[in-house]
Design a protein around this ligand. Structure first.
Ligand code: C2E
Length: 517
C-alpha cells in the first residue's frame, strides 16, 4: 500500500475515531435526557391525576353529606355551622352551600345576600353534576363549583395541581376529557395539546418547545398534562453531555492510540518482516491432506506461521500479503523451500509415497527464480519429484504466458502443479483450460455451500465435472463436516483437507503416532 494512501487512511480513521464517540456521547445524552424528561413528565401527570381523583372523591363525599341536610328554610347560623362541620372533614373542599337555581343561597362563609351567581355550567357530567368555573365565593379566589339541584361544593383549582420545584418552568393542568376544557392550570398551555391528545389514556409528545405528558383518569372524566420546557431539557442535556463527553473523548483517544500504534507497526512492517526472516522466526505447519476413499494421509500442505509475532497477531494471509507488498515474496518462498528441505525427509520416512504441497505467490511465477530453488530442494536426500506439489492461485495467471512458462519449467523438473482457491478470483472456467495444471483445489467457500441449497452449492458440481473432463486431480479444501466429506466422496473427489481431518500443525505433532480413538 503506498505510504501516502496509508497515511490518508490512518488520518481518516483517527478523525472517525475521535468524532464517532463524541457524536455517540451526544446522541446518548440527548436520548437519555428525553427519556428522563418523558418519565418525569409522566410521573407528574400521574401525580396530578391522583390528586384530582382525591379531590373528586372528597367533593363527592362532602356532597353526599350535604344531601343529608334539609335544604329548605333560611340561612341560619345553625345551618352554616352544619356546613362548616362537614368542611372540617375534607382537606380539599373549601366551601359548601345550598343552591337555588343557578345561585348559591347560603354557604359556610355566610348568607349570600341575594344569592351568589354561579353562572351557566361549563360542563354537565353524565350523572348531572354541573361544573362551574371561576366562581368567586368569598370575593377573592375563583373556585371550581360542583353543583346539583340543592347543594354545591367548591374546591380551589390549585388543589388539583402539584408542587414540583425540581422542574423550573413546568406547565401543568387538569382538563375535562369530553368537554376539552381546562379546569385548573399553571404556566404555559397550548389548546392544540388537548385537541390532538386530550382523549388519549396516555401520551408523550414534543410540541412547541415543551415535552408534554398526558394522563387520563380511570375514574373520572378528567385528564392531566405536565409539560417540561425546552430550557429544562437543554440544561439536563448539558449535564448529561458533560458527564458522557469525557467518556467519549477517552474512548476516542484510546481508539486513536490503537490506530497510531497499528499504523506505526504497519509502517515498520517491512523492517519487521526482514528481521523476522533473518532471525528465522517463521515456521512451517502442516495440514494433512487425506485420500477420501481410504481415509489415509496422502500429503500435507505447508503453511507459514509466525509464532513470535504475538504483539501484532497477524494472520498468515496478512503477513504473506504484507511480504508481497514490500517485495519480500521471493525470500519467503526460498525460506519455505529451505524449511521443506529440512522437514521433508522426516515426513516422508513416516509417510512414504506422500507429498508436501507448497504455496507459491504470483510473483514467483512471474520471475521464475523459484525453479532453481525447487531444483535445489530435489537434491535433498529422501525427497523425490513425486514428493512435491506446488500450489499456485488463479491470480498468478494475470500474465498467462509468463506463468505457463514457469509452470512448464516446474513440470520439466517432474513436480506437479495444483491450482489453489479456484473460483474466488476473476478467471472464468474457460481460462482453466489454458493453465497447465495437474490438480485443482476446490475452495472452502464452495465446500461450505454443500447441502445449503444455495446457488453456490451448485457450483461445486460444475467444478467437479469440469475438472474431470480436464483430467485434473481434485482436492477439496476446508472440509469441516462428515456430510461434506461424504458428498465429495460420492461425487468422485479423490482428496480433501480441512479441520475434519486435522488443522495445520507442527511437524512433530503430525509425525506422532495416532493414539487410540
Ligand atoms: N476455517 C477453516 N479454515 C481452514 C480449514 N482447512 C484449512 N483452513 C485454512 O485455509 C487456509 C488454506 O490455505 P490457502 O488457501 O493456501 O491460503 C493461505 C495462503 O494463501 C497463504 N499462505 C500460507 N502459507 C503460505 C506460504 O508458505 N506461501 C505463500 N505464498 N502463501 C502462504 O495464507 C493463506 C491462509 O493460510 P492459513 O491462515 O494457514 O489458512 C489455511 C488453512 O489453515 C477448515 O476446515 N476451516
Amino acid at each position: 500500500m503506498p505510504r501516502r494512501f496509508a497515511t490518508t487512511i490512518a488520518l481518516t480513521l483517527c478523525t472517525v475515531a475521535i468524532v464517532l464517540p463524541l457524536v455517540a456521547a451526544l446522541l446518548i445524552a440527548r436520548h437519555q435526557s428525553m427519556e428522563e424528561a418523558g418519565a418525569q413528565a409522566s410521573n407528574i401527570a400521574s401525580a396530578i391525576i391522583h390528586r384530582t381523583e382525591a379531590v373528586g372523591e372528597q367533593s363527592a363525599a362532602a356532597y353526599q353529606r350535604l344531601t343529608e341536610l334539609n335544604p329548605s328554610g333560611t340561612c341560619s347560623e345553625a345551618k352554616r355551622a352544619q356546613l362548616r362541620r362537614i368542611l372540617l372533614d375534607y382537606d380539599y373542599v373549601q366551601a359548601a352551600g345550598y343552591v337555588s337555581g343557578d345561585r348559591i343561597t347560603c354557604s359556610a362563609i355566610g348568607p349570600q345576600a341575594d344569592g351568589l351567581q354561579m353562572g351557566p355550567p361549563a360542563y354537565v357530567s353524565p350523572k348531572g353534576t354541573r361544573v362551574h368555573f371561576g366562581v368567586s365565593i368569598d370575593g377573592s379566589r375563583p373556585f371550581v363549583v360542583l353543583s346539583g339541584d340543592h347543594y354545591a361544593t367548591a374546591v380551589h383549582p390549585d388543589n388539583l395541581l402539584v408542587e414540583t420545584p425540581s422542574v423550573p418552568g413546568l406547565a401543568q393542568g387538569v382538563f375535562g376529557r369530553s368537554a376539552g376544557k381546562v379546569w385548573a392550570r399553571d404556566g404555559h398551555f397550548d389548546p392544540a395539546w388537548l385537541e390532538q391528545h386530550g382523549k388519549a389514556a396516555r401520551a408523550i409528545f414534543y410540541d412547541g418547545g415543551y415535552l408534554v405528558a398526558i394522563q387520563g383518569s380511570e375514574r373520572f372524566d378528567v385528564g392531566a398534562y405536565a409539560a417540561i420546557p425546552r430550557a429544562y431539557l437543554s440544561s439536563r442535556l448539558r449535564e448529561l453531555a458533560l458527564l458522557l463527553l469525557p467518556v467519549g473523548l477517552a474512548l476516542g483517544a484510546a481508539l486513536v492510540g490503537a490506530i497510531v500504534m497499528f499504523a506505526r507497526q504497519r509502517a515498520s512492517l517491512p523492517a519487521l518482516l526482514r528481521a523476522a526472516l533473518n532471525r528465522q522466526e517463521f515456521v512451517l505447519y502442516y495440514q494433512p491432506i487425506v485420500e477420501l476413499g481410504s481415509n489415509t494421509i496422502a500429503g500435507a500442505e505447508a503453511l507459514l506461521r509466525w509464532p513470535a509475532n504475538k504483539q501484532i497477531g497477524m494472520r498468515p494471509a496478512l503477513f504473506v500479503q504484507a511480504a508481497a507488498d514490500c517485495g519480500l515474496t521471493a525470500r519467503f518462498t526460498e525460506y519455505v523451500l529451505a524449511r521443506v528441505a529440512i522437514d521433508g525427509p522426516r515426513f516422508f520416512s513416516r509417510y512414504p509415497g506422500c507429498y508436501i504441497s507448497v504455496n507459491l505467490a504470483p510473483s514467483d511465477l512471474l520471475s521464475g527464480a523459484v525453479v532453481e530453488h525447487l531444483q535445489r530442494l530435489l537434491t535433498t536426500p529422501g525427497i523425490g519429484v513425486h514428493n512435491i506439489v506446488v500450489e499456485v492461485t488463479e491470480s498468478s495467471f494475470v500474465d498467462p504466458a509468463s506463468a505457463n512458462r514457469t509452470i512448464a519449467r516446474i513440470h520439466a523438473l517432474g513436480i506437479r502443479v495444483a491450482i489453489d482457491d479456484f473460483g474466488t478470483g476473476f478467471s472464468g472456467l474457460s481460462q482453466l483450460t489454458q493453465l497447465r495444471a495437474d490438480c485443482l483445489k476446490i475452495d472452502k467457500i464452495f465446500v461450505d455451500a454443500i447441502g445449503t441449497g444455495s446457488v453456490t452449492s451448485e457450483v461445486v458440481l460444475h467444478i467437479i465435472a469440469m475438472a474431470r473432463s480436464l483430467k485434473l486431480t481434485l482436492i477439496s479444501e476446508g472440509v469441516e463436516t462428515h456430510a461434506q466429506a461424504e458428498f465429495l466422496r460420492q461425487h468422485g473427489v479423490a482428496f480433501a483437507q480441512g479441520w475434519l481431518f486435522g488443522k495445520a500443525q507442527p511437524l512433530d505433532e503430525l509425525l506422532r503416532p495416532a493414539g487410540p480413538d
